[in-house]
Every structure is written in C-alpha cells, then in structure tokens.
Design a binder for this molecule. Structure first.
Ligand SMILES: [Zn+2]
Length: 306
C-alpha cells in the first residue's frame, strides 16, 4: 500500500474507523490459499443488496421464509458479497471477472483498492477471464474516465456469451428492467472487440484453466477449473449463487437467470459433479471469501465452508 493511498483511506475515515473499533486489519480484506505452485487470492469488490422477492420472484414467500428462518437468516433482504478470484502462477497474474466498477452500484467497485491493499496495480494483471457479462462481473473493466483499467491484459470470454451480449437484438430480448444493463454490457464488450479472445465452453482456454459450460444464468456462462499439479479448484461465477437457497433447492427458479430451465439443469449437474469429485469451489456471491465444497445432504446438498 502506498503512502498516498494510506492517506487517502485515512482521509475517507476507513483506517480511522477500523482503528477506533480496534480492528487492526486492512480496510480491504484479502484471503489467500496455495494451489500447487500457484496462489489464489480472493479480493472483495464489495457487496450488493436486493429484496429477496426481487431475486426470487417465482418462489412462494412462505417456502422461502421458512427456509431462511431455519438457518437464522434475514428473510426480506439478500446481501450477496462479490468475491473476485486472483490466481498467480509462474509469470501470470490472472483475474476472474473485474467487479462492478464505479458506474454500477455504490456498494461495489472496490477492486482497485483491494488490489492496492495487496501491493498490485492494474498494470500487473496479465489475463482477465470473464464468467459472464453481468454488470457486477464486467463493468469494472473501465476506470472513471472510461479507459480500460487493465490496459496490458489479455481478455477471454466464451463464444456464446460474446454472441449474446453483442447481438443488437439482445436488448429487446431481456426483461424490461434488465435493458439498461444489457446496453451497458454491450458497450463495454465492444470496447474489447479488437483484443478479446473467444473460447468454446468445455475447452482449456489457458494452460491449466478449463472452461466448464454452466450456461443458464446467461447463455454463455462458464465456470473455470484451475488445475495445478494434482490439485483442482472451480471458480463458479454465478452458477451457484446462494449458500442455502441454491444448494438446498437447486430446482427453485432464480429471478436473475436468463434461462430458468437451463439454469436448474446446470445447478443439479454442477452440484452432483462437485459433490462426487469433492472439489473445492469459489463462489462469487457465496459468503466471503467464497471458498467451500458441496456435500450431499438429505435429498439435496449443502455448502460447507472450510
Ligand atoms: Zn453476479
């Protein structure tokens, strides 16, 4: 962390407030684990906050309330964190998704500060891999001046994801309340058109990084298996978005999925895969830092944090 940044944070009251609370820790937490010879770091981009009924409009209120109450969770509001995965291996520094940036929500867009807190600059990022093109994953691509935040990086997104969001007809195909987001995502992807690499789902896009087709949330949504020696870890993106609802009721429709039917098939297949392989996962919106596993439980699954 530079002195300038420290002064800036202190000026914003962040370090001061933490000190007053006796919290002797950085304003932007980062969580690390090793994976073979590589290192995975989770950076917080912030969090979001939505009414439960907006996120799950097609689930009966009493069933949802009963489930959340049984886990002592608030029933009216969901507050998903946004966990960005940074993977360092050899001379590569790879970022999976880039957060919401400064033009999405005031509670997201913390990635530049999180990078700074671990001593990296945006110029250090060699590769950016997108799970999908929703704003909380893509819009952090641009800085406050609409320039690329990661000017030196290689960018990757799946072919079907690119085709969907850059299609001029997509804006009229998505739900009315999603149209502004679709316009914003199309504009951002088009800025990358000369330098982005498209890959096919179910392929190895970079050495040691395999793209699993987890479509449904969006048409080209992918989750990424990082293979380092004998170890593996799956960067889920939004394929499993809630630690209780998604794992205990993968069949419940999630209001943010573009194809509800396809998403339900994907969630069931993915949970079976993760539980069978006992593979460690990172969930973008699972409780910070998002590390955990899926275990079979009763007639469905449960999320188990380490
Ligand atoms: Zn998301």
């Amino acid at each position: 962390m530079t002195l300038d940044r420290r002064e800036l944070l202190a000026g914003a009251g962040l370090i001061g407030a933490a000190a007053a609370l006796g919290l002797n820790r950085p304003a932007f937490a980062a969580s690390e684990k090793t994976l073979g010879n590589g290192k995975v770091t989770i950076l917080s981009d912030g969090h979001m906050s939505f009414p439960t009924s907006f996120m799950y409009p097609d689930v009966a209120d009493d069933a949802m309330t009963a489930l959340l109450t049984s886990h002592n969770l608030p029933t009216d509001q969901l507050e998903p964190p946004c966990n960005l995965t940074l993977y360092q291996t050899g001379d590569r520094i790879i970022l999976f998704d880039v957060g919401g940036g400064s033009q999405f929500l005031p509670t997201t867009g913390k990635l530049p500060d999180a990078l700074d807190a671990i001593g990296l600059t945006p110029e250090d990022i060699t590769d950016v891999i997108f799970t999908h093109a929703h704003p909380d994953h893509l819009w952090g691509l641009l800085d406050d001046f609409d320039d690329l935040l990661f000017p030196d990086a290689n960018y990757y997104i799946s072919e079907p994801e690119w085709a969907f969001w850059t299609d001029p007809d997509t804006v009229s195909k998505v739900r009315e309340d999603q149209q502004g987001l679709a316009v914003g995502s199309k504009r951002r992807l088009e800025i990358l058109s000369d330098q982005i690499t498209l890959f096919k789902p179910e392929s190895e896009l970079l050495s040691g990084i395999y793209a699993h087709d987890t479509s449904g949330h969006t048409p080209g949504h992918c989750s990424f298996e990082i293979r380092e020696g004998s170890e593996q870890l799956l960067v889920l993106g939004d394929a499993l978005a809630h630690p209780i609802i998604t794992f205990e009721h993968p069949e419940w429709p999630f209001g943010q999925d573009i194809s509800s039917e396809r998403s339900i098939i994907t969630r069931k297949r993915l949970l079976d895969f993760l539980a069978t392989r006992q593979m460690e996962l990172i969930g973008y919106h699972l409780p910070y830092p998002g590390f955990g596993r899926a275990e079979r439980h009763s007639s469905a699954y449960r999320f188990v944090a380490p």
